[in-house]
Design a protein around this ligand. Sequence first.
Ligand SMILES: Nc1ncnc2c1ncn2[C@@H]1O[C@H](COP(=O)(O)OP(=O)(O)O)[C@@H](O)[C@H]1O
Ligand code: SF4
Ligand SMILES: [Mg+2]
Length: 343
Amino acid sequence: MTTAPQPTASGTTDVVLEAEGLTKHFPVRKRGRELLSKTVRSVRAVEDVTLRLHRGRVTALVGESGSGKSSVARLLAQLHLQTSGTIKLHGEEVHAKGGRKFRAYSKRVQMIFQDPFASLNPVHTVRYHLTRALKIHGRAGKTPQDLEEALYDLLTRVQLTPPERYVDKFPHELSGGQRQRVAIARALGADPEALLADEPVSMLDVSIRLGVLNLLRDLKDRLRLAILYITHDIASARYFADETYVMYAGRVVEGGDSESVTQHPAHPYTQLLIDSAPDPDRPAAEEKDGGTGEPPSLIDPPPGCRFHPRCPHAMKICSDQVPPRFDVGEGHFAACWLYGEDR
Ligand SMILES: Nc1ncnc2c1ncn2[C@@H]1O[C@H](COP(=O)(O)OP(=O)(O)O)[C@@H](O)[C@H]1O
Ligand code: SF4
Ligand SMILES: [Mg+2]
């Protein structure tokens, strides 16, 4: 049994950002008759999540909609305060909600959102967005020429070249892929160590997704960034991420190097995800319909293993006790009673 993720298969221990036992419960606003009751109900969106991001590596966090992926990213970015658990940056515990501490933290840990149109202000140019980021993070230099160089450098890094063609454009004059590149350039303006990318390509045209993912991979290699890549598409995690964690209903259920997790999935939920992912080699009629049932309510989640109402292998213990992480291979774990010692 493991209590924390093991060093990666390559032996890398250069951990940039780590979460241990990270938990977030959102209180539910009371309505009608509930106002009279004393009980406070909450959405248990993130429960006991432990994960690590390594320097120069992409870590995927995969799960269906509502499984808590964005909440994990927002906790790591300190946009939400955790209910319990710890976040450490280079081994030091982080308490950075609000004010100057938050600014110092966000210089090191930047987030990229799903919708590049919503994250860029339509009335401002690329120059404005990038200049603002450079100034906030003290990287605009001393002279106008320093600033211009820094701007061109950022645009070149995200392959918007020649930079003079893009620097004075408004968001609506750019394609979705170009806008997401500007959002990435803005994040790089802080010169961060970690990038939290929340479904960065899911709103883009299929034909340009690969280009943006390849850009992120290039940045991880060249700038040695630790990247969290959030996605509901496990096939892209295999292609793009070094390590993969799978989330179900607020909990991490499996993790390890991406090859093992996607080629030899151990957890019944991961197996279901892979079986129901579109496969270009399989006719549509043969595709499974995503298995039995729906994800559970997170206000009153099932006890024990949250997957047990949908699991074809469920046993008595599954509805009684939360399964811990069991080793299923080198640096590969599954939180599932099928792998308990006495089974
Ligand atoms: N600010 C919030 N207040 C209340 N509930 C929230 C909030 N943010 C997310 N949730 C709930 O937490 C659960 C997980 O959401 P989210 O982290 O967005 O999942 P994902 O990104 O995997 O789709 C959902 O049930 C969602 O409704
Ligand atoms: S712990 Fe039990 S219910 Fe949960 S995935 Fe494993 S076998 Fe299925
Ligand atoms: Mg999300």
